[in-house]
Design a binder for this molecule. Structure first.
Ligand code: GLU
Length: 509
């Protein structure tokens, strides 16, 4: 039997990074077993439906290279892959459960449901619609057949609920958590079909997993408790033989390690928690994305792969192919995975270092343009070569190279005050002269002539290089100083050094 897995997001907003991890694990698993990775859009909840969300989900998967092999817009023989287009199927199977006495009609209004809950609440009991309370409610188990028929023919609103028998134990094997058991006494009679005629998540999910021949359900831990209902439904439908294997992924925790990572944590901790940015008129609901923050998709995937899984070796950097080979559900952790933003930056840096300068230059272009920088591709390629060793993101490569794209905005005055000594002015004059005589004007030649100057004059690097750094970039942090000089060129380098000597140092020191 070939592996078929699905990523089944609900289009209720942007795709949270936890959802991306679920997609990734499904993708890796499918690839590993030469199976099929399916995208299914679970859009049966009209109240939470957000039209832009589906496009966002697809764009995110596309950016990350997690392309579905079946799904809406991707083809496949088990479609449609959007639940809103599969209504007839759900109606048919709800009818089957009703006919078999495994489900029942419930006519209770929302007021009546509230009354019931309040009644129990008054006795300190949190009641559910279940084997205990259903006997007191208005449903086809308590009403006469004639009354039910009359209500149905009058077109009264109803829901269909799963009949969960008391005193049974539902046991299933979770590939990550091993054996999991629930007593049916803890389970409510889940609504399968809502008053609007649309199925709930539970019904649609099970009917679709069965019809799409899903072999493994790999999803977030928050669905673990629903699985008992799902298993029960497989039994009610007589589909136990085809029941998929379940694997519930550990929660993703806040950077502090306490509590589940939420969409609001992005703003709180100054980090993205979505793959792409999400626009909204309400600033509270607008989010920046990893892409817009300049993260490379392959570095992000590598980071996400480790959020709840590890290969059991020291190796951390994995190509996609290596991830596919190494991935296994048995190495997924049970406990929550802390979302360590610094670690995502570390991964980003490892990937930037390995990228060629041309590719990086192309990726930097939109970031540079957004800041109004105008430099040709060749120049950009050289900036890439200089900045990639130190930066974590493409955006950082551009932001921190502002002095390579335009004038220096700010000088590190504190360091300049410390480093500017009596002979500094003469040193700068000497270097200007030296650069004038340096040919060819490339990094290696510049480096060797400046270093010879320092040794010949017994100056020490600390008396010269910091001055050059501040004079040319304004800051002490930055890439190789000789590379900066060569990129800025003779004229611009000397112009900046003269400004340092004649204007900046005089004013500051
Ligand atoms: N639609 C559910 C979600 O949004 C899918 C859960 C599942 O994979 O079964 O996460």
């Amino acid at each position: 039997m070939s592996v078929r897995v699905r990523f089944a997001p609900s289009p209720t907003g942007p795709l949270h990074i936890g959802g991306v991890r679920t997609a990734l694990y499904n993708f890796l698993f499918a690839k590993k077993y030469k199976g099929v990775f399916i995208l299914r859009i679970e859009d049966t909840d009209q109240t939470r439906f957000v039209p832009e969300a589906e496009g966002y989900i697809k764009k995110s998967l596309d950016w990350l290279g997690l392309e579905p092999m079946e799904g809406p817009g991707y083809g496949g023989a088990y479609g449609p892959y959007k639940q809103s287009e599969r209504k007839d199927l759900y109606t048919k199977f709800v009818q089957q459960l009703l006919d078999d006495g495994k489900a029942y009609y419930a006519f209770d209004t929302s007021e009546e449901l509230d009354d019931m809950r309040n009644r129990y609440q008054a006795q300190g009991i949190t009641a559910k619609y279940d084997h205990k309370t259903r006997t007191e409610m208005k449903n086809s188990l308590t009403m006469s057949e004639a009354d039910v028929a009359a209500k149905l023919s009058n077109g009264e609103k109803y829901t269909v609920r799963l009949l969960v028998e008391a005193d049974q134990t539902i046991t299933f094997n979770d590939e990550i958590r091993e054996q999991v058991s629930f007593s049916t006494n803890e389970l409510d009679d889940k609504v399968l079909m809502k008053a609007d005629g649309l199925p709930t998540y539970h019904l649609a999910n099970v009917v679709d997993d069965y019809h799409m021949k899903i072999t493994h359900v790999i999803r977030g831990e928050e669905w673990l408790s629903s699985t008992a209902h799902h298993v029960l439904m497989y039994q009610c439908f007589g589909w136990e033989e085809a029941m998929p294997k379940f694997a519930h992924l550990p929660l993703i925790l806040k950077p502090t390690g306490k509590g589940k990572l939420s969409k609001r944590d992005g703003a709180k901790f100054g980090m993205p928690v979505f793959p792409l940015s999400w626009e909204s008129e309400n600033p509270e609901d607008a989010f920046t994305g990893f892409k817009e923050e300049g993260f490379l998709p392959d570095g992000l995937l590598n980071f996400l792969a480790f959020l709840g899984w590890n290969p059991g070796t020291e190796q951390e950097i994995f190509t996609m192919e290596e991830l596919i080979n190494a991935f296994s559900i048995s190495k997924i952790n049970k406990s929550g995975a802390r979302f360590d933003f610094d670690k995502s930056k570390w991964f980003g840096q490892q990937y930037l270092k390995e990228k060629d300068n041309e590719t990086l230059a192309n990726l930097m272009l939109p970031f540079a343009e957004a800041l109004g920088y105008q430099k040709d591709h060749d120049y950009m390629t050289q900036v890439a070569g200089l900045m990639k060793e130190r930066a974590h993101t493409i955006k950082e490569m551009v932001d921190e190279a502002d002095y390579l794209f335009g004038a220096i905005n700010e000088y590190d005055e504190k360091t300049l005050r410390k480093k500017w000594k009596e002979p500094s002015s003469k040193i700068i004059t000497d270097i200007i002269a030296l650069l004038n005589d340096t040919s060819p004007f490339d990094k290696e030649t510049i480096e060797s002539s400046i270093k010879s100057y320092i040794t010949d004059n017994e100056l020490g690097f600390g008396a010269v290089l910091p001055l050059l750094r501040i004079g040319l970039s304004g800051t002490m942090k930055g890439p190789d100083i000789f590379g900066i000089i060569s990129l800025l060129g003779l004229e611009e380098s000397n112009r900046r050094l003269s400004i340092l000597r004649d204007e900046i140092a005089i004013n500051i020191v």
